[in-house]
Design a protein around this ligand. Structure first.
Ligand code: ATP
Length: 369
């Protein structure tokens, strides 16, 4: 995670630990489906870990967003909520959108993508870690499976998402947009992350076919020259899918275009137990949103069986991103508590064959802090 969070730098300069209480303002966006259920567990863990911190407190403000808010007010992401998000030190989100709630033109409501675009959150960081071999669908995967996909999140093939397709047309095109600025900045985040991990970065592209990807690779190479201490490799997206399944241990940080990252990060989550285990951070230069990689899972919503681990690990990413020594310590404590609980493969929610409810798994993690 980036350590140059500007709001955190201010916090450290003006309020060293022990001198005064530094209160971090966190915007909570529970959203729809299982979003509120998993977010409640992250808040439980946050409140518990806060008790052991020195000089740091959290002020939490909850906001209504998503499909439910659209049905209520006609706007899934009201301007006042957007302003509150901009003003907060960080944002923790559950999940948003429901398949049956759509705009009049039939498109699904996706305020989480709007939020990403409006706050210019250009780097989607998705760490994937296997905590116990029993969670992997493959028998040869070991706990050291530990990688991170960094997905460009403001352009790529998603830049075409708001275009209207004419059903009477004979042809429809989506544009894959790659800019120098967009590529440079996401590559820098990825290199920066690799520097704090195992110092290896894999560019995933399709430079053998698409001119936009040739350009992406050229910009990657230019940024790589700024990081001579990081080992680099370049592979095509189809090979990346194969290697992620066959030899995921070879990867440390992968950086890629928006759509490729969308697909590969779900594939990678499948290697470690599925969407309930995959946290994410959408980072910009001024704001960041942390959320589980999964959606609202309407099939299991309201039953209290959703896996809260992805959201609790997203909270750990948030705490690290805040960049204060005490919040970094809290991030470490939260990760260690998750690790301890998941050492026992029976301590799982039903998605991983366990019998625990969402709240029971959250309680166990909070108790292990
Ligand atoms: P989106 O497009 O909004 O990302 P999606 O269509 O990928 O959503 P999800 O909501 O992520 O779908 O759910 C995919 C599957 O994973 C569903 O079967 C769902 O029940 C399951 N799932 C997702 N999150 C969890 C979770 N936290 N715990 C247990 N199962 C989950």
């Amino acid at each position: 995670m980036r350590s140059e969070n500007p709001k955190a730098a201010a916090a450290c300069d003006h309020a060293p630990p022990g001198a005064a209480i530094r209160t971090f303002a966190l915007a909570l966006l529970p959203g729809d489906g299982i979003g509120p259920e998993v977010l409640a567990e992250a808040v439980k863990v946050l409140r518990r870990v806060e008790q052991g911190l020195t000089g740091v407190a959290f002020a939490l403000t909850e906001h209504a967003v998503g499909a439910g808010e659209y049905l209520r007010s006609g706007d899934p992401l009201p301007p006042a909520v957007l302003s509150a998000c901009r003003a907060a030190d960080a944002i923790l989100l559950g999940a948003m959108g429901l398949p049956e709630v759509r705009w009049p033109d039939g498109r699904e409501i996706t305020p989480q993508i709007d939020l990403r675009e409006r706050l210019d959150l250009y780097a989607g960081v998705r760490p994937v870690r296997l905590f116990h071999p029993a969670d992997s669908p493959f028998k040869n995967h070991q706990p050291q499976l530990d990688l991170a996909v960094v997905r460009e999140s403001t352009e790529g093939l998603f830049s075409a998402r708001l275009a209207q397709a004419d059903p009477a047309a004979g042809e429809v095109r989506d544009v894959l947009r790659v800019t120098r600025r967009g590529t440079e900045r996401v590559c820098r985040v990825a290199f920066d992350l690799a520097r704090r991990r195992r110092r290896k970065i894999t560019l995933v592209d399709k430079a053998n076919v698409l001119p936009s990807m040739v350009f992406f690779r050229q910009v990657f190479d230019q940024v790589a020259a700024e990081f001579p201490d990081i080992e680099t490799e370049r592979i095509y997206v189809d090979a990346a899918a194969l290697y992620l399944v066959q030899r995921p241990h070879r990867f440390d940080v992968l950086v890629t275009e928006n759509m490729f990252g969308d697909i590969l990060s779900d594939l990678a989550a499948g290697l470690v137990g599925g969407m309930g285990m995959a946290p994410s951070g959408d980072l910009g230069d001024h704001c960041a949103v942390f959320q589980p990689s999964h959606g609202t899972a309407p099939d299991i919503a309201g039953r209290g069986v959703a896996n809260p681990v992805a959201t609790i690990l997203s909270l750990a990413m948030l705490l690290e991103w805040l960049g204060h020594p005490e919040t970094r310590r809290a991030a470490h404590l939260v990760r260690r508590a998750v690790e301890r609980v998941l050492t026992d493969p029976t301590q799982r929610t039903p998605d991983l064959g366990g019998k625990l409810t969402t709240a029971q798994l959250g309680d166990l993690i909070a108790a292990n802090l």
